[in-house]
Ligand binder design. Structure first.
Ligand code: F6R
Length: 247
């Protein structure tokens, strides 16, 4: 069952980035004080580059925007070059006029993870919730670091990464070696993500084809965390032809 998921299939990864950037720029132009959710990883890099271009060349302003990120590696300081805080600074925050104090990323070095996670949830609520959250998808169907088996009502918490995710993130794109990849992360939950008013999930490349097919057409099941978005009222998957090849 495809549920409510809207599907946009683009010719290539470049068009995926342009379409995703258009959705976010439309929201921010319409509602300058928008609360947006952000993802890290390879997939959204070009979307952030396009948003940075729109800021520079078209005057798109993030001055009143608030952002929340999906997750952060447990044990990494925000200055570590593999931390997601660092990723966001170098890919987006330093290239647009978003105010650093309006950018929220979980603290991977928090002394008490449960308190950090609860405060993060409360911060999202105090900002009125997230208008639109950008997501990627793991080859195993994970969203944020909600690995297969994560409950539909899970909240922000300390989680363990699967070996598949550790391997995927140490293939030379990010960490050089699997031994360097943290084994745990702080991650928003599936329940947290589902509360966003809008969701845009991006996927590019044949490596994501099985996960996209299972999420869109398979059963609603924690075995494929992205399938738990099927009953969301406003969820769009923007994928390239390769990621759509098993639909
Ligand atoms: C990152 C995140 C992850 C990634 C997913 C895909 O913040 O939450 O779920 O979106 O692992 O990563 P890439 O885009 O590197 O294939």
């Amino acid at each position: 069952m495809a549920g409510n998921i809207k599907l946009m299939v683009c010719d290539n990864a470049d068009s995926v980035a342009k379409e995703a950037a258009k959705v976010f720029s439309a929201l921010i132009s319409d509602r300058p004080e928008a609360v947006i959710g952000l993802a890290t990883g390879s997939t959204p890099e070009n979307t952030y580059a396009e948003l940075a271009r729109m800021h520079k060349e078209e005057g798109l302003s993030f001055a009143k925007v608030t952002s929340f990120n999906l997750d952060e590696y447990w044990g990494l300081d925000g200055d570590h070059d593999q931390s997601y805080r660092y990723f966001m600074r170098t890919n987006l925050f330093d290239k647009v006029d978003i105010r650093p104090w309006n950018t929220f990323v979980l603290n991977g070095k928090a002394q008490f993870p449960a308190i950090e996670c609860e405060a993060y949830e409360q911060k999202i609520v105090s900002m009125g919730g997230v208008d639109l959250w950008l997501l990627g998808i793991g080859g195993n169907g994970h969203i944020a670091f909600n690995e297969p088996g994560s409950p539909v009502d899970s909240r922000t918490r300390l989680v363990s990464l699967t070996q598949e995710t550790i391997d995927a993130n140490s293939d030379g794109r990010f960490f050089k070696d699997a031994s360097e990849v943290p084994r745990c992360a702080l991650s928003t939950g599936i329940g947290t993500i589902r509360e966003a008013r809008g969701l845009v999930l991006l996927a590019t490349g044949a490596k994501k084809a099985d996960a996209i097919a299972a999420a869109v057409n398979g059963p609603f099941t924690p075995d494929v965390p992205a399938s738990l978005l099927q009953d969301h009222p406003d969820c769009t998957f923007i994928v390239d032809k390769d990621a759509a090849s098993k639909l």
